[in-house]
Design a protein around this ligand. Structure first.
Ligand code: GAL
Length: 467
């Protein structure tokens, strides 16, 4: 393609790569503690698709060297994974480390650098140690916030000499929704008031980790951010009521974490609303100050799907107490494009809207797409004679999203990269291995990993820095 004019050219040094997480790729090998998902699988394996749990996952603990080489071979210049609290730390209170965990993460980081891929390390990907839930009620407790800040500090001290991009949390709103509203993360509590306290505590935990980051000398040339799944809320119509519903949905789904992380404060009006409803979190002025003074350096945006809402048509049902959707209702827009495998709408235009929103309302903070992707079931259907999965639908999906991202960048949004979810098919919580997302397929029985058509295509995109 050399010499050929590219239509979509991306900025210099643009990040091309993909993301996974410790609990979804490593397997539980040599781990001394269990996180909430490890524990849940041990007590209720039938809750997981095909009863497949996180025990082996994609075997990254054992195969990281060849896995990282494979990623490099399809053009990655950057890669995100996470450090598991339950692997790194032996004693959560004294911070005694587990040397096997330290060696493992050291080696993963060194291997990334050897392969010329910038490592991006996240500190929490839904993997709260179960002991901290049992002893202290997990994220409901400010003591756990402090333990997290200590763990983060330890990770910065151990690895910050080589890791220059850190993120505190992946999709903290999903912890709130999964653990305290929608029952898809253990301990499956249904309690809107607790959910709001947890939302506050997670914001505080992120800010506390950032505060610790800035105290460690060798992090001075490093940057720290947060990964948020942004789901722009679009109203059914332009009626006053629908617009208000969308505004509430944006506040609860997006701005609840975006505003504190980037602007250092909660979205306008949310504290009043929660106070009037009797569900406002407990927060001291000192804690609010910590949030105010410890904003992120950059933002990772996971984008999969938008949400569509309308003003409530039915009376809100209080039988389980208060929930944010008191203020809006899901709207099934006729004719919306769906990914039938995942039940998610496909709407690439939203990436442009996100780009412009960040530019106009969030000081044009540097940001990247930290996850985007398409989960598809039974991809073996698309195997060709050479044993390669021909996932043209994924190529189309990425292309369309990159086109809208490009438009946002052309208009001045400071996006510096694109990561797919995920490099190698990995374990997806209760969906386990139902939907596959990777550039590289995984045969669960043999652990054989094979580059898909999209992987070869991506390599070309990265070599041309566009398409
Ligand atoms: C994201 C999450 C990932 C992965 C992905 C695909 O929301 O960050 O951990 O599970 O969804 O299901």
């Amino acid at each position: 393609m050399e010499g050929q004019r590219l239509k979509y050219n991306f900025p210099e040094n643009f990040w091309w790569g993909a993301a996974t997480s410790g609990p979804q790729s490593e397997g539980r090998f040599n781990k001394k503690h269990r996180n909430v998902f490890d524990y849940w699988y041990d007590i209720e394996p039938s809750e997981f698709f095909d009863e497949v749990g996180p025990n082996i996952a994609s075997n990254f603990y054992n195969s990281y060297k060849s896995d990282l080489k494979m990623m490099k071979s399809i053009g990655f210049n950057s890669f995100r994974t996470s450090i598991q609290w339950t692997r790194l730390i032996k004693d959560f209170e004294t911070l005694e480390v587990d040397y096997d965990g330290v060696n493992f993460y050291n080696s993963v980081i060194d291997e990334c650098i050897k392969n010329e891929m910038t490592p991006v390390m996240n500190l929490h990907h839904f993997d709260l140690p179960i002991e901290l839930y049992e002893k202290y009620s997990g994220w409901e407790s400010k003591y756990v916030v402090e333990l997290f800040a200590k763990f983060a500090r330890k990770a910065f001290e151990l690895f910050g000499d080589r890791v220059k991009y850190w993120t505190t949390f992946n999709e903290p709103i999903v912890i709130v929704q999964g653990q305290y509203i929608g029952e898809f993360h253990y301990p499956k509590i249904v309690d809107g008031k607790k959910a709001m306290q947890v939302a506050f505590n997670l914001n505080l935990a992120s800010a506390r980790a950032i505060e610790e980051f800035r105290k460690v000398e060798h992090n001075k040339d490093g940057k720290i951010g947060i990964i948020l799944n942004l789901t722009p809320a679009y109203p059914r119509s332009n009626s006053k009521e629908d617009l208000l519903a969308a505004d509430y949905a944006n506040k609860f789904h997006n701005e609840l974490f975006l505003d504190p992380a980037v602007l250092g404060k909660f979205p306008d009006g949310i504290e009043e609303t929660l106070k009037n409803d009797g569900v406002l979190w407990e927060a001291t002025s000192e804690e609010l100050n910590i949030i105010k003074s410890n904003k992120v350096d950059f933002l990772g945006v996971n984008y999969y799907q938008p949400i569509r809402v309308k003003a409530r048509e039915s009376e809100f049902d209080y039988s389980n107490g208060w929930f944010p959707d008191k203020y809006f209702e899901a709207y099934e827009m006729p004719g919306r494009r769906m990914n039938p495998h995942r039940g998610w709408e496909i709407y690439p235009e939203a990436i442009y809207d996100i780009a412009i929103n960040i530019k106009d309302n969030y000081g044009n903070i540097p940001w990247y797409i930290s996850e985007n992707g398409m989960g598809v079931q039974n991809e073996e259907r698309f195997l060709n004679a050479e044993g390669v999965i021909e996932d043209d639908y994924r190529i189309d999906f990425i292309t369309e999203h990159l086109q809208f991202l490009h438009k946002g960048i052309e208009e001045g949004s400071s996006c510096f990269g694109y990561h797919l979810w995920t490099p190698i098919d990995c374990w997806s919580w209760i969906n386990a291995y139902r939907n596959r997302y990777g550039f590289i397929s995984l045969d669960l029985k043999t652990q054989k990993k094979t580059i898909k058509k999209s992987g070869y295509w991506f390599k070309e995109v990265t070599e041309n820095n566009g398409f």
